[in-house]
Design a binder for this molecule. Sequence first.
Ligand SMILES: Cc1ncc(COP(=O)(O)O)c(C=O)c1O
Length: 326
Amino acid sequence: MTVISVPQEFNAEELYVDLRPSLGRPLFLKCEGFNFAGSIKVKPAVEMVNAAEQAGRLTSRSILVESSSGNLGVALSMIAASKGYRFLCVTDSRCNLSTRLLMKALGAEVHVVTESDPQRGLLGARLDFIHGLCASDERYVWLNQYANPGNWLAHYRTTAPSIARSFPELDVLFVGAGTTGTLMGCARFFREWHRPVRIVAVDAAGSVTFGGAPGRRMIPGLGTSVRPPLLDESYVDEVVLIEEADTIRACHRLARHGFLFGGSTGTVVSGALDWLARHDQLGLTAVGIAPDLGERYVDTVYQANWVQGLYGDEVLGSSELSVATR
Ligand SMILES: Cc1ncc(COP(=O)(O)O)c(C=O)c1O
């Protein structure tokens, strides 16, 4: 029996899906969605809040503020509620409606930015809004997940050692890149490990993180329009870029087997399957990280009209997707 008294105390750290029976490739998917915030972001949220408290930056007068595409916002809403802080999440129009409602249900304020900065996109506009707030009122405390070392340290201390314990023969790890906190924490841990592990970053096409040209991206979680300051590419062995149509195909393919994962998991799985198809798989131990579950995406990734309107009929036309069109 597990008994907790604050929501951030619980996280299922050791759950994996073996995708070989359903997708035919040797890939274990680490499921990070089983906690009260519903995503991997509970770990950096706890780490960054604790560090700010210990440094004396966060006090009972403070108002936490953070820019988030959704999941860190939900995790901080939960922690702020449990600790009695006020919290304002600055997000943008791509944030799922259900995610916004979740934050509000947890007592957070949500500000939705709708106008892009011409060069730095919606993320740039979110950051400008936060800079303005912090300059206007000293009670605002911005954890800044894009540059806060607590973001990658959380994964260096928890996610990566847990994978290492479960897979002592690990050869390759597939990690989606948003702020690159997960990627950098895992990559730093495995660089110091006793065995070489290939670190493959999976990003959305249209993201500028690894130097690509900016393009339209509609699925929250992965990709950036401003290069993440946490990223140190010398730790990354390979980068795979995935089109959003392929992300959706992978999500729907998993759903056909009863596994409803979030959008970024579709990107990671699609990237991992591509990579595994190009490499000798014999005896390879491969793990991918699934940052959240699919319920928050039922009105986007899993909704026929949304998919059709943005990506055309071809995506919906595939036999794998028929369930979503019913
Ligand atoms: C659904 C989802 N996937 C992936 C990520 C990327 O994780 P990271 O910011 O550690 O790169 C996030 C980050 O918010 C996310 O919400």
